[in-house]
Design a protein. Structure first.
Length: 317
């Protein structure tokens, strides 16, 4: 597959502004694998003008990917490369499209995805029973090194950064359609970056609503209008964002716990909402429920969400 570019030259030397020579990429290890794609931690020589090998993340399709999956991947590449740079959106560096497999080179986020990160920061549940002999015959308490738990301020800060990234997308007429903690990356400095634009759409010039193509649906993150008749919009992204905030507050629980996908479908269509999670402040729950208003037009904009969270954060001190 080839991406056409105006700056394409015939001598094959350097084809488009962001076409990167494949020989200057060294693959390291696999960061994540989906059904059709994978992301590999890699090094790329002089990709950001430093003259050095930089650690990057390279996304590619597996050989077994279907045409639709390859199309989703190309969609992601074409979309990501034209999003104006933003701190809270994963940075696109370049691509290799001259031959297969097509590669998309992005910034590397050392802390991985937010969902795994949150789950790893849960306080350890059960202390080993005291006095009970272990297999080795000793009866010492096993000490587990638990990282410090996250403060509510940090959780607000994550939510705010993601809202800022989402505001940038909506300002650029992009509907993400898969807003979820698994699709947010975290840098070593705790900066959240929205990623995974495989399902995203540029809605510029269209009517904000679009029927989606087939493929697995992120049911538990979907707004009622998206579930019922595939109407995706910035407002349905706001709903999903509310679910994401719920994931953040619960340190990565699965939405609608104990319910099957079809139960969730009915529950959401009946206009019901998840209850306030333990440890969630009233303010933050209020924000979530605003995002889950049945009527999409009554939901807050990402700009409203940013302002509300900024106020909450200031109050946290
Ligand atoms: N950058 C893009 N995708 C990534 C991933 N899955 N892990 C770390 N950094 C990334």
């Amino acid at each position: 597959v080839r991406l056409q570019s105006e700056s394409e030259r015939c001598n094959g030397e350097f084809l488009s502004g962001d076409e990167f020579p494949r020989e200057r990429i060294r693959f390291l290890d696999c960061l994540g694998e989906g059904t059709f794609g994978k992301v590999v931690r890699s090094e790329a020589l002089n990709i950001i003008g430093t003259g050095r090998w930089e650690v990057v993340a390279v996304k590619m399709c597996k050989e077994t990917a279907t045409d639709t999956e390859k199309a989703d991947f190309l969609n992601e590449l074409l979309l990501l490369r034209k999003i104006p740079k933003h701190l809270n959106i994963v940075t696109y560096y370049g691509c290799c499209t001259r031959s297969d497999p097509v590669l998309m080179v992005m910034e590397y986020a050392p802390n991985g995805d937010l969902l795994t990160y949150l789950r790893g920061r849960r306080p350890k549940k059960s202390e080993p029973e005291t006095g009970e002999a272990t297999e080795n015959g000793d009866n010492e308490k096993t000490t587990t090194i638990t990282p410090p738990t996250l403060t509510s301020k940090e959780l607000f800060a994550f939510s705010l950064q993601i809202a800022r990234g989402m505001k940038h997308l909506s300002d650029n007429n992009i509907v993400h359609r898969d807003v979820a903690a698994r699709n947010v990356l975290l840098t070593d400095r705790g900066v959240c970056k929205i990623t995974d634009f495989g399902l995203a759409r540029d809605i510029h010039g269209s009517d904000n609503y679009e029927r989606r193509s087939k493929g697995p649906l992120p049911i538990r993150w979907m707004a009622p209008e998206a579930l019922i008749d595939g109407r995706h919009s910035t407002w349905s992204d706001v709903w999903s964002y509310g679910i994401l905030v719920w994931e953040v507050v619960t340190l990565g629980a699965s939405p609608y716990p104990g319910m099957s996908a079809s139960q969730v479908f009915k529950f959401v269509n009946d206009g019901k909402k998840m209850e306030k999670p333990q440890h969630c402040t009233d303010d933050l729950y209020d924000l979530m429920t605003q995002c889950w208003r049945q009527s999409s037009a009554k939901r807050p904009t990402f700009d409203d969400i940013c302002s509300q969270l900024e106020t909450l954060l200031e109050r946290e001190g």
